[in-house]
Write a protein that binds this ligand. Structure first.
Ligand code: BTN
Length: 330
């Protein structure tokens, strides 16, 4: 039997059952409504069960929908997604080296604007400054958004800051502890890193070809899931709140928030997000140390300007920085 046919059929059976969750459906009704053999329906139900869906059957051979798995499957992400463009095409994988890497390959092949690449695990998840993003299976949300923005390449860091605001705002909906953004785009929960953003750009002189915005969120990691070197600085929603969180819902909410913020950002740049950038900032008003390409600068963080620069009051006067690693010292 053709497995593509059965996979598509299992999606259709699920959609039918799911539309009326408490109702029982007979095999005859399912096969008539979907125009296939009863034996095909049985195969399709098995495929769904193997993928983690709860489909109950009774003695009379009827079926009903019970539960969906919290897996980052295309069908789950699309079910109930409220966006118009972002996440409307999903490339979902069990394991990849890096969703950003796949994202840029797909962008080179003209994947639709707003497509997302998502994976249950990454073997070489890319972090900022050449670091690795630890991506254990089934614990976090690791995904990349493919965009073809009409954007001056110099404004790409602004897109990362915008994304950090969307991520922080989304996480804040789920937790009671404080969510902040450590400039430029580390999301912290209760002072520890819970999410990171890596924006990678492909450009010709002065013109952006595509941007891949990669987001990693530590969701259901326990403290033991983190490598020793980051246990003190990293956290997850679960580690802070002592319960599991629904990854699919979180991702859908984030895509919805991202879409709204991206439209605003395109119209008005970072200026339109200013209030929220300041609201979530972990550094403004604090004494910080900034490490950038071997140089270390101390100062008081005064502002994040509309170009996304960190404004520091230093011993040499007021200076603006467009990159670096910040540590709060007081
Ligand atoms: C950081 O260092 O803070 C940025 C981390 C970004 C990690 C995400 S996980 C999904 C996407 N794919 C990658 O390879 N990296 C980003």
């Amino acid at each position: 039997m053709n497995s593509a046919f059965l996979n598509a059929l299992s999606d259709q059976v699920l959609a039918l059952l799911r539309a009326q969750p408490s109702r029982w459906f007979t095999l005859a009704e399912l096969s008539t409504r979907l125009g296939c053999l009863k034996s095909d329906i049985l195969f399709a139900v098995n495929i769904s069960r193997q993928a983690g869906y709860g489909v109950e059957s009774d003695r009379q051979g009827r079926y009903r929908f019970i539960s969906a798995p919290d897996l980052l499957l295309t069908s789950e992400i699309l079910h109930g997604l409220k966006t118009k463009v972002i996440g409307r095409t999903v490339y979902a994988y069990q394991s990849v080296q890096s969703t950003n890497l796949i994202g840029s390959q797909l962008a080179d092949a003209n994947a639709p604007h707003g497509s997302i690449v998502v994976a249950e695990s990454q073997t070489k998840g890319r972090g900022r400054l050449g670091r690795l993003w630890h991506s254990p299976e089934g614990k976090g949300i690791y995904f990349s958004i493919i965009l073809y923005p009409d954007l001056d390449p110099a404004s790409a860091p602004g897109l990362s800051i915008m994304t950090a605001v969307s991520v922080a705002e989304t996480i804040a909906l789920y937790v009671s502890k404080k969510v902040t953004i450590k400039w430029p785009n580390d999301c912290l929960l209760n002072g520890r890193k819970v999410a990171g953003i890596l924006t990678e750009l492909s450009a010709d002189v002065g013109k952006t070809r595509h941007v891949v915005v990669g987001v990693g969120i530590n969701v259901n990691h326990t403290r033991r899931d983190f490598p020793a070197e980051i246990t003190k600085t990293a956290t997850s929603l679960k580690a802070e709140m002592k319960k599991d969180f629904p990854r699919v819902k979180l991702l859908q909410q984030l895509l919805f928030q991202f879409e709204k913020d991206y439209l605003r950002f395109q119209k008005g740049g970072l200026a339109v997000l200013r209030e929220r950038i300041l609201k979530y900032s972990h550094v403004i008003g604090k004494q910080v140390r900034l490490d950038m390409s071997g140089e270390r600068i101390a100062g008081k963080a005064l502002d994040i300007d509309d170009h996304g620069n960190l404004v520091l009051k230093t011993a040499d006067g007021i200076r603006r920085f467009n990159a670096g690693e910040v540590t709060v010292v007081k």
